[in-house]
Design a protein around this ligand. Structure first.
Ligand code: XUL
Ligand code: MN
Length: 346
């Protein structure tokens, strides 16, 4: 272990959310973007991540010139605040035109819209000074398998990625896999799928991935193994740490909230691979509990960052020599208890 470096932290405007769920309305009033930006800095974060329409609201109704103007104004605002833009992600799940999927929609006009919107998202990334575009392929899948042709969907995904790679020779695409929700079954459920898809594109070295803890757990995988796998390929370009209590709706709990040991092992994986050394950010895709009062509205972000930093200390102080000794003796019962004792502390 022992690659010691400072981590840089990030969240998105949507992570200071208002509490609505499929069964009920918001429980907190909306806050302005400027307020969120001030809180980000105050909490010790370094960067903000964006959906295209977080950066330029109502993007579909705006001309390219207007888009450029608003994105540049935002860039200035971020520079004044000393905050970097980490990435921009096209919101391809909200419009009526992405109801049946974006790049894999059965309607060619809708597919065209999705690609055009993605190219505009790349333009925004350029204006904001980041080369990273994140693709959460929210509706690329099916509610019923007979509705789409799986093989054709792979071809359509590759065609869409190729158009984005051709649009800008510097942009990097980070695929954020998720196995389900909103779809019953998604076409790109794991990091293995994302990296395999990258190989089919015109420029595989510019297609990488983003791991979200909750999404890996929803796929029945250990997020630490997903981190090691992606980093073995040099392809982990962003990270959404959070937590998830088993196979149910996407919970976006604070980091470590459901399973501290799983969180510890993610930090160990990041440490051993040197995540962050090339400027990658640790982002927390966490949400406040619906019950959260306005005065406690930022606790999930501050707590996730604190837990992460405490787990970095725990990872760095873990007695590797003793652990390796127990591994050599195949005494996994003692190793198991050693980890628990380490996490519980004195
Ligand atoms: C969805 C999710 C998104 C992406 C950004 O589950 O995690 O917020 O991270 O589009
Ligand atoms: Mn996410």
């Amino acid at each position: 272990m022992a690659t010691r470096h400072q981590y840089q932290f990030c969240f998105g405007p949507w992570n200071i959310s208002e509490g609505q769920d499929p069964y009920g309305p918001p429980t907190r009033p909306a806050q302005t973007f400027d307020w969120k930006l001030r809180q980000l800095k105050r909490l010790g974060f370094d960067a903000m991540m964006f959906h295209d329409d977080d950066a330029v609201p109502d993007i579909d109704g705006k001309s390219d010139a207007r888009l450029r103007k608003e994105a540049r104004e935002l860039k200035q605002k971020l520079a004044d605040a000393g905050v970097a833009a980490e990435m921009v992600a096209p919101r391809l799940w909200f419009s009526p035109r992405t109801m049946d999927g974006a790049y894999t929609s059965n309607d060619p006009k809708c597919r065209q819209y999705a690609i055009k919107r993605s190219l505009r998202c790349i333009d925004i990334a350029n204006y904001l000074g980041t080369d990273l575009v994140v693709l959460w392929l929210a509706r690329e899948g099916t509610y019923l398998r007979e509705a789409k042709n799986g093989r054709r969907s792979v071809d359509l995904l590759v065609q869409a990625l190729d158009k984005m790679l051709a649009h800008d020779r510097k942009i990097r695409l980070s695929i954020e896999p998720k196995p389900n929700e909103p779809m019953d079954q998604a076409y790109v459920p794991t990091i293995g799928h994302a990296l395999a898809l990258a190989q089919l594109t015109r420029d595989p070295k510019r297609v990488g991935c983003l791991i979200e803890t909750a999404h890996a757990i929803l796929a029945g995988l250990d997020p630490a193994d997903e981190i090691d796998f992606a980093m073995a390929f040099g392809k982990l370009w962003s990270l959404h740490l959070n937590d998830q209590n088993g196979l149910k709706f996407d919970q976006d709990k604070p980091f470590g909230s459901a399973n501290l040991r799983v969180a510890f092992n993610q930090v160990r994986a990041l440490e051993r691979n040197g995540y962050g050394k090339k400027g990658e950010f640790v982002c927390f895709d966490v949400h406040p509990f619906r019950t959260t009062k306005v005065e406690h509205w930022l606790a999930h972000l501050a707590n996730s960052r604190r837990t992460f930093l405490r787990l970095v200390q725990k990872a760095r102080r873990f007695d590797e020599k003793q652990a390796q000794q127990l591994v050599a003796e195949r005494n996994y019962a003692a190793l198991d208890q050693m980890v628990l004792e380490h996490l519980m502390g004195k």
